[in-house]
Design a protein around this ligand. Structure first.
Ligand SMILES: *[C@@H]1O[C@H](CO)[C@@H](O)[C@H](O)[C@H]1NC(C)=O
Ligand SMILES: *[C@@H]1O[C@H](CO)[C@@H](O)[C@H](O)[C@H]1NC(C)=O
Length: 242
């Protein structure tokens, strides 16, 4: 009974003081046009804008929130009005992703935002591969609040067997071994389903060498998950391939 009253009180206080929202500013610093995609996880409503041509946009994110951001490149609309992208297409046939995720390979930024004051978590995830360099930086929080960046042009260094190319041969994204080979040692499934039985592979080591602060495979060291407290805002920047 007492616990219930306390729980009710906590909820009421959260409602009064904890209606915190975070601002996530997403910026395109690469010279070509990109279209942002975002996906809110776990039964929460999608953000009001799930896909748009990106210059610099601030999104208001209610908390708690958990989701991911990516950049679509080489997008176009065909004669019938269908919108598609050569990298990280979200399969909606529209500029908005409408709750769909990104087709790999995708450089992903993942963020978990807790109600005010509690610890947030964020990372750059290359477990499904890479398409564009990206960085994520908390703003105004407290604690370590490291700003990881994956600035390398992974496409230029991509092993031949993982390359995704245009019809005229330029490499536009780089698959992870998990996506290309779909084998247990790369997917950390079957006999490889724990952190001890799924060691890094030569392919995940390739991604780790390119972007040491990004997750390169499912059981990569947890030091690639960063945290920040005190209700920070976030800045995500897509960078030029150079
Ligand atoms: C986050 O951004 C909002 C709106 O831009 C601002 O009012 C707030 O002070 C910022 N929070 C922090 C922790 O900087
Ligand atoms: C990774 O290992 C596989 C199998 O041993 C080999 O075929 C492949 O060339 C290696 N790739 C790289 C990028 O080292």
């Amino acid at each position: 009974m007492r616990a219930r009253i306390l729980f009710g009180l906590t909820l009421a206080l959260l409602f009064i003081y904890g209606a915190h929202s975070a601002t996530i500013t997403v910026t395109n610093n690469c010279p070509s046009t990109i279209w942002l995609g975002d996906l809110t996880s776990a039964q929460q409503p999608q953000l009001s804008n799930t896909g748009f041509e990106l210059a610099s946009t601030s999104l208001n994110v209610p908390t708690p929130w958990n989701g991911r951001f990516w950049a679509r490149t080489r997008c176009s609309i065909d004669g019938s009005g269908k919108f598609t992208c050569a990298t990280t297409d979200c399969g909606s046939s529209q500029v908005s992703c409408n709750g769909n995720g990104a087709a790999p390979p995708t450089s992903l930024v993942e963020i978990t935002i807790t109600p005010s004051g509690r610890q947030d978590f964020y990372d750059i995830n290359l477990v499904n591969g890479f398409n564009l360099p990206v960085s994520v930086a908390p703003q105004g929080g407290s604690g370590s609040c490291t700003a990881p960046s994956c600035a390398a042009n992974v496409n230029a260094a991509c092993p031949t067997e993982l390359q995704v190319k245009t019809s005229y041969g330029s490499v536009i994204s780089c698959k992870s071994a998990r996506i290309e080979f779909n084998q247990p040692q790369y997917c950390c499934t079957g006999g490889y389903s724990t952190s001890t039985t799924c060691p890094p592979t030569n392919y995940s080591i390739f991604f780790k060498n390119q972007c040491p602060r990004a997750y390169s495979y499912a059981y990569d060291d947890a030091i690639r998950l960063f945290s920040c407290s005190g209700g920070p805002n976030y800045s995500i920047t897509f960078l030029s391939l150079q």
